[in-house]
Every structure is written in C-alpha cells, then in structure tokens.
Design a protein around this ligand. Sequence first.
Ligand code: NAD
Length: 421
Amino acid sequence: MSNVSQNPFAIAQAQLDKAAKLLNLDEGTHQTLREPLRELVVSLPVRMDNGKVKVFKAFRVQYNDARGATKGGIRFHPEETIDTVRALSAWMTWKTAVVDLPLGGGKGGVICNPKEMSQGELERLSRAYIRQVGRILGEKMDCPAPDVYTNAQIMAWMVDEYYWMNGENQFGMITGKPLELGGSVGRHDATARGGVYCVREAAKKLGMDAKTTSYAIQGFGNAGQYAALLHQEILGGGKLVAVSDSRGGIYNPDGLAPKKIVAHKLKTGSVSGFPGAKEISNADLLTLDVDLLYPAALEQVITEANANDIKAKIVCELANGPTTPEADEILHKKGIFVIPDFLANAGGVTVSYFEMVQNQYNYHWDLRTVYERLDKKMTVAFAGVYKMLEDRKSDNLDMRTAAYLVAVERVATAMKLRGWV
Ligand code: NAD
C-alpha cells in the first residue's frame, strides 16, 4: 500500500533477529527461520471479457511448516510484491505459533486490480490460481483463506476448482468459505473479537476498569466495525470517541453509537458526515487522549514522527504492521502497552483453523461453541505472552518481543524435534 515506506520483509527479518538474539538461537536455526522454506512464482494466463488473454503474475510462499500445514490468505492487489507476501507469511508463522495452533505460516498474492475486473474475469483468475498453485495446496500441506480484495465467493470458486482437479470434495483445503460450502459460523467478527478478548485481559493486568475505557478506531472495515461493537459488548461498557475510514474521521468526546455509525456507513459509504460529530483527520485520531487505540486499517501509521504524541494506554493492533520498529521503541519507553498484531488479530486465523477442523470432522459447531473456544484460545495465548514478559523482567521486553519469543521458541523446538536443525 502507498503509505508503506519500509520493506516489510526487512522489518519481519529484523524482528526475528532481535528474538533470535534474546533466545540465544544457534546460527542454523536462526538462518532457517529467516527465509521462507518454499516459494512458488507462477504466471496465470486468463481470458478477459474482450476475448484477449492477459497474463497475471502470482505467488504462494510457504514460510515454515514445522508445526503443521502452512496457513495464510491470498491477496489480489495491484501493488503486490514477493517481499510483502514473504513478510506476511513470516508473520502468519508467528501468529499460528503464538496462539498454539497446529499450523505453520504461508501467504499468497496475485498482482491484479480486482476493482477493474468483472465477476467472470475474477472467477477465471481464481480458478487459474488453483490450477497452478493447487499442486502444493491441501489441508495437510497449505491452506489459503480470504485476504485483501478476496472473499467467500472467491474461496468457493477455488475449492470448486480443486474438486475438479482432484475428483473429490476437500473443503478443508481452504477457509473463509460460504457457510453453504463448509464455512464456519463466527468467522465474520473473529478478528475483532479476538482483539477485544486481548484488551479485556490486558486491562486486568494493568488494573484498568475496562467498562469505563474511552477508545478510538482507525479504519472502519471488517476489523474496525466489529471492534467498535464488540468493545462495548464484551467489556460491558466503554465510550467510542472517534472512528475513521479512507474518506475521513469523526469525533465526539461525549461518545458515538457504534451501531448508528455502521448504519450511516452502510447508507453513505463512509463514516464521514455522521450527524452530531466533528470531523477529525486520520493523523489527529491517532494522537487523541483515549485509553485505547485500535489501528484497524493500514500498515506503518504509527512511526517515529508521531509515536511521541500517542496518548493511549493500550494500543491493540488489529491491522497488520501498523507500528514501525522505531515507533515501537518510543511507545515502550512511554509505557504504552502494545498488543502486537500477530497476537491481537489472531482471532481470524483461529476461527479459520476451527473451520478446517469442522471440515475434517464433517460436523459443524454452533456459534456459542466457536465463541467459547476462541475466547479460551486467545486468553491462554495472551497469558502465555504476558508470562514471558514477567519471566524476563530483567530484559525489559515489550509485548511484541515477548510474543516473538513465545512463537519463535515454539517453531524452533518443532524444527529441532524433527531433526531439521
Ligand atoms: P477492510 O478492507 O474491511 O477495511 C479497511 C478499512 O480501512 C476501511 O474502512 C477503509 O476505509 C479504511 N482505510 C483505508 N485507508 C485508510 C486511511 N488512510 N485511513 C483510515 N482508514 C483507512 O479490511 P479489514 O479486513 O478490516 O482489515 C483491516 C486490517 O486488519 C488490515 O491490516 C488487515 O490485514 C488486518 N487483518 C484483518 C483480518 C480480518 O479477518 N479481516 C485478519 C487479520 C488482520
């Protein structure tokens, strides 16, 4: 995305290097974890509506599968790069490990602009991706999911193409499917729900009364909208004072009603212009005097330039990579408690994993079961990371580094047990 100024894979490697040093990882283990185990780069010839064939470049990166099949979304994006896919596949590896799912990390991408393509073209592109990449996919090998500009319909075309290639229905080879084709209930709000469970646990540790917190949200898509609603539902209170989307932000120190903003956005396409609220820029939203900040839009929005001005006590990173490493250090010095992206937004992949399990059993759970199991997974994961923070008090870690130590140690141990390193 255009606001990204640093190479995301370089950031991912730098974060790993820091963890490797703190864990005293041997050189072989460290180097194995620094690079993806497998990458597939393919060309996809697709017949467009005008009768001509257009060739799209596409990727699938399987970063590490020592703990189980790799898992991670497929992005359709005009500015996709192999380094973005590599970084995201590394983060998926740490994400599945930190919540202790029996999975590894992967990611896929196609360089295309879905906004300029018809439904027919998107279907042919999705099927072409599976014809090329399907040979390395499967519930025991690598399991994709929706991501930026891909959705349940695209997953349905993909699982269908896989069926034609293999002669049998293997619903567990991809997640985020429509409910009618083996999707799981509870996937729609799982990312935000997992983040709010983490906030609940963080508030307990910090001695904050979660019911009386004020909060602001950058981004009002899937993650942001559900965070707005679930913060109050799960914590039993809280005052939403600001939200934004790509067209602008709204602010009301007396509080905004999440349900009404969702309805307003549905009607007008944006949160902007919400009655009774003042306009606020995306930059000013980040530095508001609130208890909690949820970045839920873009990468690299909290940087060296604005980290000193952040006033929130807790930052819950629903977006991937919203904080740069330089900003991380500043926030840590200021005593701001950051719930790092690969823990805060792990609710999504956790329910995706539940979908795989349900597909393997061919038996579906109800919503309550999904919520209870998600709550348990997130609560245990948060506690594990917090314990690492306390156990290594003398190292003065932040939560991101503590989460890295938990995750990297788990993957390194799996590799050692298998005899890889
Ligand atoms: P989405 O496309 O549904 O929503 C993105 C939102 O960000 C939109 O409201 C958009 O208007 C807003 N936005 C775009 N540019 C902005 C800007 N400059 N300033 C403020 N807002 C802006 O996406 P999503 O699924 O909600 O994902 C948001 C973030 O959460 C991404 O980083 C994504 O990788 C991460 N995430 C999402 C999931 C999930 O399950 N949805 C899982 C893990 C991580």
